[in-house]
Every structure is written in C-alpha cells, then in structure tokens.
Design a protein around this ligand. Structure first.
Ligand SMILES: Cc1cc2nc3c(=O)[nH]c(=O)nc-3n(C[C@H](O)[C@H](O)[C@H](O)COP(=O)(O)OP(=O)(O)OC[C@H]3O[C@@H](n4cnc5c(N)ncnc54)[C@H](O)[C@@H]3O)c2cc1C
Length: 433
C-alpha cells in the first residue's frame, strides 16, 4: 500500500498533535502516524503538565509565556470545542524556594524584561502565606541513607511567588483536543502504525515506511517521536552532524495525600523545591503530585531501549520522595504503598529541546523535550511550521536562524536557541516539569 501527502508527522503526543494542527490549518495535507492507540498515549499521558516560566534564557521564557496565553484561551487556539471534553488550565501560581545554584537572578531578569509579575518572599512571609510548609533550609538534597538526612535545617529559605503558573488537568485530553482540531482541517491520524524506515529520494527525504509494509510518500517528514525520537533520527541517518545528544531517562512521579492547606481547594501553589530536590503540586482528589528535580545525589536512570523499561514505581524512590517531602510538609502522612507511575523523558545534553531542521532536506525534528515541554506544545507547533515554511522557501535556518514573533508580546523568539547544532550550555536547561 502506498499513498502520497504533503507532510507526515511521526508521533501524536501533545507536540506531534500540535505540529499536525499547525501544518493542517496552514493548508497542508498531513498524515500523523503513531504506533500507539490514541493521541497523547505516549509520554504525554504521564506528564505532570505544569505550566511555568522559570527558565533562565529569554527565548525559553518567551516560549512558555506565549504558550500559556494559548492554554488560557484553549478554544480560541484550537478554533473549535472538542465534543469529548476540553483540557483545562488550572491556575495555582508557583512558589519557588531559593536554593544555591538555582540561577534565580537570570530567571528574574527575564521576567522583569518580559513583564512577568512575581513577589519576593522571606521565610516569615512564606510561614504566613503557606503555614503548612516548613521553611527550614535542608540543602543540599540527600539520599535517605545519608547520615545527615535527618539533620536539623541550617537557616531558612526565601522564595519567590509567581501567580500565573498552573497546570493542565488532563494532558492526554489536551493532545486529543489538538488532534480533533487538526482533523477539522483535514489531517488524518493513523494509530497502531509503526514507522520503521525513512524514505529518501536523491538527497531529500521522500516519506516513511510502515511496519505493515505500507509507504507514505511526502516531501516533509517531522520526527516527534518523544522518547523514541533518537531511534527515528538514526533511521533517517541524521545523527552524525548533531552537536546535541538526547536519550530516554526513566522518571517516577508519585501521588500522596494532600494535607489541609496544600489541597487544590485551599489555593495551594505548585512548589519548586530544589532545596530538597523535588517539585510538588496539588491535583484533583485531594492529593499532591510529587516528582524529582534530579538533584546531584540521585542517580539518573538512562534507558537504552524505550520499549523496554520498568513502568512500575519502585519502593526505593517512593520512600526517598516521601521522606524528603515530609521534611518540607511535616504534617503530611507518608502513605504505606507507592501510588504513582514511571515514564520516560527524552533528555538533551543541556535539557533544552530541539526544534529544528536536519542535514536531510525535508526532514525535521521536534524532540529532546527533556521533561519540560508539555507547556510549550502550542508554540512548538508554530515553530515547526515556521521552519518548514522557511525551508520550502529556500531559506537556510542553520546559516540564518528563523525567528517567530509571539502574538501576545510581539517579541521575537530565535529558533536558533533550539538548534541541534548549538553549543550545549551548562546553565540554560531546566530539570523540573
Ligand atoms: C513523568 C513526566 C512528567 C512531565 N512533567 C512535565 C511538566 O510538568 N511540564 C511540562 O511542560 N512537561 C512535562 N513533561 C514533558 C512533556 O510531557 C513531554 O515533553 C511531552 O509530553 C512530549 O510530547 P511529544 O508529543 O513530543 O512526545 P510523546 O507524548 O512521547 O509522543 C510520541 C509519540 O510517538 C509515537 N512513536 C514513537 N515511535 C514511533 C514510531 N516508530 N512509529 C510511530 N509512532 C511512534 C509514540 O507512540 C508516542 O505516542 C513530563 C514528562 C514526563 C514523562
């Protein structure tokens, strides 16, 4: 079986679906192919879906800020309402507890520049506003078998509170909403179809081959394969020239009972607590979602084969996560059994995503989303369209980076910041949602 279209998008996660929508509503015939059963059923379904702006570079903050405006006006962004329900932005604000090495000055400089409001809080202010939280400084984060784990805190933390952050209540539904909107513009989605080859014609990409023997011919192919995207780049033969590597990293996220004061109905914020090496946020059902922020003492669990990893949370990580949380929230009752999930990030060497062209004309990549790009799906779709349009017009993004102007701020975002050819910077990435 063989067919032809204008563009193939590999992967129907939140970003692949956003790319499909953006290409379809700009007049291309698009086929989005996914080996899974539904939009967002890959790593998107496990996302903590936090929408925040705490990045240290201008392009990263602008991307998140512009995207948040689209999540706020989701129907407008989609151009339709999905009869199966609409994902909702739940605004909670975010409390960032200061810790050494957190790059706070750089983040706040960007916020001041863009006009993102925040308050600086001293320990007494935190105590007053969020009495459930212990304001002790426990830094550095420790493993629970470290003899110093239960030591008294040394001093107290300060913080900043940014009121516009929040989270999306159902990440998989968000991908489904995007796919619904894309279908209205003629895009088609093929589930249970695995891409096993990238077709070339001369020096250009010419389509994909599928495990069932089918071929889809297209002059544009976009790799949005999430944790599988490294494999797909290998199939395309575009890895050699890349200066940024990326690979799957296993993550565990837990649910814990939320004590009074930390529930959604109490107005609890997302808390970025690099002082204990974790983040937590309220969620429906009077629980907290708790994830790790990759402190130095925690071993990173790199995965060779994204089709083969333990999807169950481990008792060891669970205990570490809960006992760390109990330091910050002393009134919290540590549950007896792990409730949570294990899933994969696709992590770049510098924890910054890759939204880019490639050395194979017509082949593009939106990958290495590094556990923090759910929030940016609306702008990621626009970025990929801009790159594809510019390439079609004969422009070399590698020589002269494409810029995208954010509709909210009118500010220009330099897509060179997300190039596969960038020099990795130790400070630009972020390890939290
Ligand atoms: C535990 C966890 C917590 C996170 N928390 C946050 C957060 O709080 N905030 C935030 O902004 N981001 C967060 N992220 C990151 C965010 O969820 C991801 O960046 C985003 O969901 C990636 O979307 P995607 O569309 O690129 O990939 P995916 O959702 O992984 O989709 C890729 C798709 O490609 C398909 N595919 C792969 N290979 C093939 C093939 N060969 N043929 C056909 N189809 C294929 C897969 O089936 C899959 O559906 C988190 C991620 C995880 C795992």
């Amino acid at each position: 079986m063989s067919e032809a279209t204008d563009a193939v998008v590999i992967g129907a996660g939140v970003i692949g679906s956003a790319v499909t929508l953006e290409l379809a509503r700009n007049g291309r015939r698009v086929v989005c192919v996914d080996k899974g059963p539904a939009p967002g059923a890959g790593s998107t379904s496990s996302s903590s879906s936090i929408i925040r702006f705490s990045y240290s570079t201008l392009d990263a903050v602008l991307t998140a800020w512009e995207s948040a405006a689209e999540w706020h006006h989701w129907s407008n962004f989609l151009g339709t309402d999905d009869p199966d329900g609409m994902a909702r932005f739940i605004r909670t604000g975010m409390l960032v507890l200061e810790s050494p090495g957190a790059n706070t000055a750089a983040v706040l400089r960007q916020w001041d520049d863009i006009g993102i409001g925040y308050e600086t809080l001293q320990a007494d202010d935190i105590r007053q506003r969020f009495p459930t939280l212990d304001v002790g400084r426990f830094w550095p984060p420790k493993l629970i078998d470290d003899p110093a784990f239960a030591d008294d805190p040394v001093g107290e933390v300060s913080a900043y509170f940014e009121p516009s952050s929040g989270f999306i209540d159902d990440p998989m539904l968000a991908a489904r909403n995007l796919a619904h909107a894309a279908r209205r513009h003629g895009a088609s989605f093929r589930f249970h179809h695995e891409v096993i080859g990238i077709v070339r014609h001369g020096d250009r990409v010419a389509g994909i081959t599928l495990a069932d023997g089918g071929t889809i011919h297209a002059p544009v192919v976009v790799n949005v394969g999430g944790p599988h995207s490294g494999r797909i780049n290998k199939l395309a033969g575009v890895v050699e020239e890349m200066r940024i590597g990326h690979r799957p990293l296993r993550q565990e996220v837990f649910a814990a009972p939320a004590p009074s004061g930390m529930r959604l109905q109490d107005g609890a914020p997302i808390v970025a607590d690099l002082d204990i090496g974790q983040y937590f946020r309220p969620q429906v059902g009077e629980t907290l979602m708790v994830g790790g922020a990759e402190p130095e003492c925690d071993e990173l669990e790199w995965i060779d084969d994204p089709d083969s990893f333990d999807e169950h949370p481990t008792v060891e990580r669970f205990e570490t996560t809960m006992l760390r949380l109990a330091r910050r929230i002393p009134g919290f009752g540590v549950p007896h059994r792990p409730t949570g999930l294990a899933a994969l990030y696709d992590v770049a060497d510098d924890w910054v995503p890759i939204y880019d062209v490639s050395g194979l004309p017509g082949y593009f990549m939106a990958c290495a989303t590094s556990g923090n790009q759910f929030k940016n799906a609306p702008m990621a779709g626009r970025f990929m369209r801009a790159l594809i349009d510019a390439s079609a017009a004969g422009h070399s993004h590698d020589a002269d980076p494409v810029h995208v102007v954010g509709p909210l701020t009118g500010r220009s975002i330099n897509l060179g910041a997300f190039s596969r050819l960038r020099i990795p910077s130790a400070t630009s990435g972020t390890v939290m949602g």
